[in-house]
Design a protein around this ligand. Sequence first.
Ligand code: NAP
Length: 437
Amino acid sequence: MISPAIAIIGAGPAGCYAADQLSRKLADARIDVFDRLPTPYGLVRGGVAPDHQGTKNIVRQFERTFQRPNVRFLGHVEIGRDLEFAELAEAYDATVVAIGALEDRALGIAGEQLTGVVGSGRFVSWYNGIPGAEDLSPLLDARSVAVVGNGNVALDIVRLLGKRREDLLASDMARPALEAIAAAPLTDLWLIGRRGPAEASFTSAELSELGELARVSIVLEGAAPEASAQAIADPAAAKVSAKNLEILSGFASSPADRPVRLHLLFNAAPQSVAGEGRAERLRLARTLSEGGQATLLDETFEIPAELVIGAIGYRSKAIPGLPFDDRKGIVTNVDGRVTPGIYACGWCRRGPQGVIPANRADALAVADLVMADLAASTAQGRPGPTAIDPLLRQRAVEVVDFAGWKRIDAAETGRAEGRPREKITLMQELLSVANAT
Ligand code: NAP
């Protein structure tokens, strides 16, 4: 049997888990993992909060995957820019799309286009030092910041904004963001849920971390959290909800005299942002949680907010030539199958839900599909790298291989001075470090 060639688009957790499984099970396969960035690991590097270093330990496993002889990392290759999707699909026996979900969902309210209104994806990319991410430092001249959403991403953002400079130095937050956040004249942070505390989607360990912020006083806005307890059918969700309410009640005794007030505001849905050329105020409508929905009430009110961050979920980015469900913001697929020979896994398959290990199950399932289809096919043995490498050379794409990434890694950790790493945030610098031999 001729060895199959498999392409994986995206070197984030879903792509890495798929590469890991396929490279173990198909020792003779040639597996190429493409990523638009010169750095692997997707949201482990670019999404996970920089102060959650423990979560990043998973890269040790992925590192071993890339060291297998049948796996290559082709960083700084963007499908749709450097290679057409059709070229890839033609060259490989199987193509697994694992591009995650990078685009912000819009709040869909008036004033959203004002300077000072950003999505969590833009904000998180900035503080995690993704090359090309917009510099948001100028917006950190805000005294009052509103974070809309009650998921773990919203918690990450308020927690990091609430930290002191010395706390941030213990993280691998990109230096420009760290300095901007440390210098911000912040006095008020708002965490805003359109439903009640019982229906928040954040998890308890993450919620309790808010209570550890040394410069933050927590202010519970509105009714006592326990009053909002709801009958939740799913026992696991009910347990998390009860624990969250207990933690929130504990915040009632938070010290009141600290420099930053973190207002926890529930049952408030954003209506509009207003300001002269820049966000100044966020208008909200009170809501009632009913049957799993937020019903708007007539009462509206405003809070000051020179920076409004929508942390309300993500969409995947369409690749020309790849079937895309624009309404759901995911790759069109049925249980991971897109078209014959094309598969999707991770957030681009099922939407932006679940922690990193959830992508493992997804990747194992897609690897099973790939292996079953390859076993049933008589036509495998496509050229893979033999077709793609010359195209990349002709187009003068500066591909970064795994050894190149390790040079970046060594440079970042080598200059860290006690921090976990001091990230390189400029594309040109990443490429020159990767290609220095
Ligand atoms: P999420 O958990 O789906 O939370 C999205 C939040 O946005 C929900 O509270 C939702 O409210 C709210 N929302 C949606 N549309 C809204 C609108 N138009 N106006 C106001 N609020 C709106 O998403 P996420 O925070 O982006 O997290 C994505 C996934 O990554 C989650 O599975 C999360 O647990 C995971 N993650 C985990 C960690 C960690 O483990 N530390 C860290 C970060 C992310 P409704 O509930 O009312 O729809």
